[in-house]
Ligand binder design. Structure first.
Ligand code: TXA
Ligand code: MG
Length: 328
């Protein structure tokens, strides 16, 4: 039974063996958080307008911000979107994986208008996580899934993070342990057949450029096509100070590689070895831990990170965490 009409309840905490219960809750129109390789998503049936409306409300997400449809394979993606040739080639190269393709919607697909915020395009991705794959196959229909956090907050990389943020507003969370990538998917849009980077993410732009055999332009200004691009997003309660050499008095510290700050409850390293994949996997959990150590006040000083590969996406999230907190 789903409890979505009850305003205050605790979400179910499902393990892998409970996957049929999670799938049944989704099919019944419930809100079910599940692990992907990037971050936990908050799932709803893409074709169920009422469920999608509850999803926006649970996150406090603006209705102009479209959702990504998650499907089990390329064939299912092509039932949702009309993929240009370059998109199909990239899908074949990188799916399942941390890549979202934004392409024209296919007429009559099982994704409701609310899920795409009325746009002519739809974001679609095939996640690379055994529980996400099993859940999508059990549901047998596209599942929209934004990151499973209140809008504007830091994305969740564990089931506990999901329950902290949304535990009284969703039906349940399927627990698959920590997400291995730790950053949201890379999002590509297309001008005709030419890809453009809308959001850096868990698939490095360099890998996409290598597959394309040409440079991948970054989306420039203009209308916001992916509100994850809004300046302030992924923000902890504490302020964030970037490119710091060392913590100032009273500041918490988020380090990387060889820095001389001794570890402690207010000093964490994204990767003592200077490994960007490890840093990505730790980023959101460490931001949360330091925010909690500061009781959501004060400042987290962050070391300089390289800006290549996954470093570009990590720096993108850190800039948004540090941006002034004006409402979008
Ligand atoms: O890794 C991920 O992508 C995670 C996991 C759960 O799959 N999902 C995720 O969803 O990060 P969300 O909603 O937090 O971020 C999706 C971004 C938003 O910034 C949204 O604006 C953009 O994708 N987006 C979705 N559909 C779009 C479209 N048709 N055109 C442009 N941007 C779109
Ligand atoms: Mg998000």
């Amino acid at each position: 039974m789903t409890q979505r009409d009850t305003p205050r309840h605790r979400a179910a905490h499902w393990r892998a063996a409970d996957l049929p219960a999670a799938a049944a809750a989704l099919r019944a129109g419930g809100l079910v958080a599940f692990p992907t390789e990037t971050v936990y998503g908050l799932g709803a049936l893409a074709g169920d307008g009422a469920a999608v409306a509850r999803l926006y409300a649970a996150k406090g997400r603006p209705l102009f911000n479209p959702l990504i449809a998650h499907v089990a394979d390329l064939a299912a993606a092509e039932a949702v979107a009309v993929l240009p040739p370059a998109a199909r080639a990239l899908a074949q190269a990188f799916w399942p994986g941390p890549l979202t393709l934004v392409a024209p919607r296919r007429d009559g697909s099982a994704v409701c208008d609310l899920a795409t915020a009325g746009l002519e395009t739809v974001g679609v991705r095939v996640p690379d996580h055994p529980l996400a794959q099993a859940l999508l196959r059990a549901v047998g229909a596209p599942v929209v899934a934004p990151s499973a956090n209140p809008s504007g907050a830091v994305s969740p990389t564990t089931a506990a993070h999901v329950l902290d943020g949304l535990g009284d507003r969703i039906d349940g969370v399927l627990d698959g342990g920590p997400c291995p990538v730790g950053l949201e998917s890379t999002i590509l849009g297309f001008h005709g057949d030419d890809p453009v980077l809308l959001r850096p993410g868990g698939l490095p732009a360099e890998a996409i450029e290598a597959a394309l055999g040409r440079a991948l332009p970054r989306a420039a200004g203009g209308p916001v096509t992916a509100p994850g691009q809004l300046a302030s997003h992924y923000a902890p309660g504490a302020a964030v100070r970037l490119s710091a050499a060392a913590p100032g008095p009273g500041e918490a510290w988020l380090g990387f590689g060889q820095d001389a700050v001794p570890p402690g409850p207010r000093a964490l390293s994204l990767s003592p070895a200077g490994d960007l994949a490890e840093a990505a996997a730790n980023l959101f959990a460490h931001l949360r831990a330091l925010d909690r150590a500061l009781a959501g006040r004060g400042t987290i000083a962050v070391a300089v990170l390289p800006d290549h590969g996954l470093g570009a996406a990590i720096n993108d999230r850190l800039r948004r965490a540090a941006a002034p907190r004006e409402a979008p």
